[in-house]
Design a binder for this molecule. Structure first.
Ligand code: GLV
Length: 329
């Protein structure tokens, strides 16, 4: 019988990185991806001192009810809408995320989606793979150049800023809307101008969403907001499903009130609104904006470092760097 504290990891990660926990903890890591229901999660959390979980693990008061020893929930994501922060804070459980290490990967992917939508990459590839390419046509598959178009960013945190910095190279002026305007020096570094939400919607040729999902941002883009956008505009969501009203988006895309969309996240994912699958003007990816080799390793390392640090070990001993509710420490 060991007296080491116990860590449960809810999904396969990178064993070489997780091994850093082993001198200090008894580690149990799931070897396969699976969705745990509420009672399974409650049973898994009971008796653990720390857990490393993912977005599909929803953790609130019911899941921690029997987790009397639990001191930290390390979320393998920057977004933490899967965690009821108030309930965990009330129970004195620290929560950490993986802020910062994924900014550049997500920004790259937002651009990949945007360029893919502008140049109709997904639809063209599906057409080619289906064996339709018999002759090269000068006027086939005409897309939209992004240069000179206005890039709008809704939610200008660190990911939004990384997206904006890339716009200089593409010759795109950047508008943004955020709860609070950024300091002038940051705006200058991003070549971005703050506008109100309605102006952002009206003037963006490409609108990228990078805001967190909260009760206030649910359906921040619904029928009314889509109606303000140019019919030639395209919407890119690398933030969270639920920020966009997917049914309203499907209707706007179908009726060509919006030219295109590129979506990495969906309401109710992994289930999709069935209308999306029928639309050739929607580029769809399975929530992989941060999924580069380097970034998923870095995210694992951040979660491990936060667990180690909370228990007084590792490079940040005693000072876990990514705690979202520092009042519990
Ligand atoms: C991914 O969606 C994340 O929040 O890190």
């Amino acid at each position: 019988m060991t007296d080491k504290p116990r860590v449960w990891i809810s999904r396969p990660t990178f064993p070489g990185i997780v091994a850093r926990l082993e001198p200090h903890f008894e580690v149990v890591a799931e070897s396969e991806e699976r969705a745990f229901n509420r009672s399974e999660l409650a049973a898994k959390l009971a008796g653990q001192d720390a857990v490393i979980v993912g977005l599909k693990d929803r953790i609130g008061a019911a899941e921690i009810a029997r987790a009397e020893r639990l001191r930290i929930v390390a979320n393998l994501a920057v977004g933490y809408d899967n965690i009821d922060l108030d309930a965990l804070s009330a129970a004195g459980i620290a929560v950490s995320n993986t802020a910062d290490v994924l900014n550049e990967s997500v920004a790259d992917f937002a651009w990949a989606l945007m360029l893919g939508a502008a140049r109709r990459l997904g639809a063209a590839e599906r057409w080619l793979r289906a064996g339709h390419w018999q002759a090269t046509e000068f006027k086939a598959w005409l897309g939209t150049d992004v240069g000179g178009c206005t890039l709008g960013i809704l939610g200008m945190g660190r990911i939004g800023q990384a997206i904006a910095r890339r716009a200089v190279g593409f010759g795109m002026p950047v508008l943004y809307h955020n709860r609070s305007q950024l300091p002038e020096a940051v705006e200058l570094a991003c070549h971005a101008r703050h506008v109100d939400k309605a102006q952002l919607l009206r003037e963006s040729d490409f609108l990228i969403l990078t805001l967190p999902l909260t009760a206030q941002t649910r359906h921040a883009i619904g029928a009314a907001e889509l109606a303000l956008m140019k019919p030639s505009a395209m919407l890119v969501n690398v933030a969270r499903g639920g920020i966009v009203d997917d049914a309203a988006l499907v209707a706007a895309l179908r009726e060509r009130r919006l030219a295109g969309a590129a979506l990495d996240v969906f309401e109710g994912e992994p289930a999709l609104h069935p209308g999306l699958l029928q639309l050739d003007n929607a580029v769809l990816s399975p929530h992989i904006a941060s999924a580069s080799q380097g970034t998923r390793r870095a995210m694992t390392a951040v979660a491990v470092d936060n667990v180690l640090a909370l228990f007084g070990h590792g490079p940040h001993a005693g000072k876990p760097p990514n705690i979202l509710n520092p009042n519990v420490l």
